[in-house]
Design a protein around this ligand. Structure first.
Ligand code: NAD
Length: 548
């Protein structure tokens, strides 16, 4: 491979354009043009979705499971062809397309089929103080959900985002990243076919293309919820736009995940976790383990084992047959971001131990697996997300120092701790600012659908996945009804002379601590009732005396 000179510009850098020119980043081959949705078209799509949702919201769980099954069948049956589309549009390897996209989609669909109804059907709740009432929560679909997604997993980002809101009875509009617009046209066929087969309108799920302005129009189009997956910078813009209609948002943003290697780590296990953590999908993962923090006593052993393996990774245009370990970077803009951060670090004194120079080869845009040490606070790379195959390695004196360093960024998506001591792993995990921590592995939490997925700090808020992710696409509506047919009405008015004293006695009886306090409150209540009785007697006797 030749080292790169200037990188070709991608059409996605131009805003307000009506077409998107698509090409294969691993070969530079043009893939075609895709229309970008205008603001008016976005509004029309939302209207169509709103209409379609009126029918879809009444669908049974059995029908929703059936639609998901058709999606699953389609994905499995056409897995090879879908991988071909993913690979052409993103430059990732076939293995990564299969394990990083097809497999998680299947896993998520199965989970929703198995657990969706359980988490969405109405739920009986205790009556609390109101023993004469029955209480329940009903999970009501919201309406139209907008998902605005990035480019790193062209198929997975689309399907995984839409299936949970769909299962919850919503119509969904997915705004795809301009960087992978080409394949999205093929992916629309998956949901169209599934909905048609069950007799529902294909407007229930619409996949739309466009640049940032299309996304901005969708944010302001009056949808009922927005799932935004992307950079923190655009996350802020989404929040500003969503304020117009007070639209709730889930923010799934960037990360700068730490992987802490403790002094008792198993070297082999640690090295494989590092390789997976940073080089899968060439680090174009929100949960890439960008920062490897090694406790002093383990440093040399880890680095001696790791570096030859990094240098041996085979990079090139993806081909089938296990000949390439890592592919291309999906967009030239991303190469520029990575290159700028690495150059800045090197200029300020960081040391490159592997990679570090962009590569252009046969029309493709590549960035090699890179290892960088000597990172200091004034380097941009210490704080900014790289979103590329660059591993920053830090040497620390103790595990306490490792935790402090791990928490020293604005992000808090995921984190890993590598240790053979489970108790120690749990203790360190508890101190890390992160939405999830994997002990002895890289970001595998994502594959467990029972776990929520989300971040803290600038990595976002709200969650995808799991029960809470699914229910977040509903309104949890409280319903209270009479337990018996002839329940007494609540008589509050007119206020009577002893109401205040009696209410206080009841509150103390219910919430006071200890049998003595409760007994005292009960006696007060009895006295007040007797007082009321004597008042009543006096009043009636007075009345009878006044009668002729
Ligand atoms: P990005 O923020 O540039 O774009 C994401 C999406 O937002 C795209 O579809 C884009 O067209 C759209 N968009 C851009 N400007 C917009 C605006 N003003 N209004 C509405 N929509 C707008 O992100 P990217 O470069 O596509 O993806 C990389 C980022 O995504 C990284 O920060 C990565 O960590 C993050 N990411 C997060 C997760 C997660 O689950 N936390 C998953 C994958 C990627």
């Amino acid at each position: 491979m030749n080292t790169a000179t200037p990188l070709r510009s991608h059409a996605s850098s131009r805003a307000e354009t009506s077409t998107i020119e698509c090409f294969n980043p691993a070969t530079g081959a043009p893939l075609g043009k895709v229309s970008a949705c205008s603001a008016i078209q976005v509004q029309e799509a939302v209207e169509r979705a709103r209409n379609a949702q009126q029918t879809w919201r009444k669908s049974s769980f059995r029908q929703r499971r059936a639609v998901l099954q058709h999606i699953l069948d389609h994905v499995l049956e056409h897995a090879d062809e879908l991988c071909e589309h993913i690979v052409k549009d993103s430059g990732k390897t076939y293995e990564n397309a299969l394990l990083g996209e097809i497999m998680p989609i299947c896993n998520k669909i199965r989970w929703l089929q198995k657990n969706g109804e359980k988490h969405l059907r109405s739920e009986k709740m205790p009556s609390g103080l109101l023993m004469h009432k029955r209480a329940r929560i009903e999970y009501i679909p919201l309406g139209v959900v907008a998902c605005i997604v990035p480019w790193n997993y062209p198929l997975q980002n689309i399907i995984s985002s839409l299936i949970a809101p769909l299962m919850a009875g919503n119509a969904v509009i997915v705004k795809v990243s301009e960087v992978v617009a080409w394949s999205s046209q093929r992916f629309q066929e998956i949901t169209d076919e599934a909905l048609r087969r069950e007799g529902f309108s294909t407007d229930t799920v619409q996949i739309i293309n466009g640049y940032g302005d299309t996304g901005a129009a969708l944010v302001r189009a009056g949808v009922q919820k927005i799932l935004f997956i992307g950079s923190a910078a655009n996350g802020r813009r989404i929040i500003e736009g969503s304020a117009e209609h007070l639209t709730p948002v889930v923010m799934e943003l960037g990360g700068k995940d730490p992987m802490i290697v403790c002094e008792d780590a198993d070297v082999e296990k640690a090295v494989h976790s590092v390789l997976g953590g940073i080089y899968i999908n060439l680090g174009q993962n929100c949960i890439a383990s960008e920062r490897l923090i090694i406790v002093d006593s383990m440093y040399d052993r880890i680095m001696d084992s790791l570096l030859p393996k990094v240098k041996a990774l085979r990079q090139g245009a993806p081909v089938r047959g296990g000949q390439v370990d890592v592919g291309a970077i999906t967009s030239p803009q991303q190469i520029r971001i990575i290159d700028t951060l690495v150059r800045d670090a090197v200029e300020k004194g960081a040391t490159l131990l592997a990679g570090g120079i962009p590569i252009e080869s046969n029309g493709g845009s590549f960035y090699p697996p890179t290892v960088l040490t000597g990172i200091t606070a004034e380097m941009r790379i210490a704080q900014e997300e790289i979103f590329g195959p660059v591993l920053l390695v830090f040497r620390v004196k103790s595990e306490a120092e490792a935790v402090a360093l791990a928490n020293d960024t604005a992000f808090g998506l995921h984190a890993s701790v590598i240790t053979q001591d489970h108790e120690k792993g749990r203790k360190i995990a508890a101190q890390l600012d992160a939405g999830a921590t994997c002990i002895n592995d890289f970001g595998l939490c994502y594959l467990n659908q029972d776990l929520p997925f989300g971040g803290v700090k600038h990595s976002g808020f709200g969650v995808m996945n799991g029960r809470d992710g699914l229910r977040s696409y509903t309104t949890a509506k409280a319903v209270l009804e009479d337990r018996w047919k002839f329940s007494p009405p609540p008589v509050l008015y007119p206020v009577k002379p002893m109401d205040y004293e009696k209410s206080l006695a009841v509150i103390r009886l219910l919430f006071g601590a200890g049998a003595r306090n409760k007994l005292q409150s009960l006696l007060t209540l009895v006295k007040l009732s007797m007082f009321k009785l004597s008042l009543f007697k006096t009043a009636t006797s007075k009345l009878s005396k006044t009668r002729p």
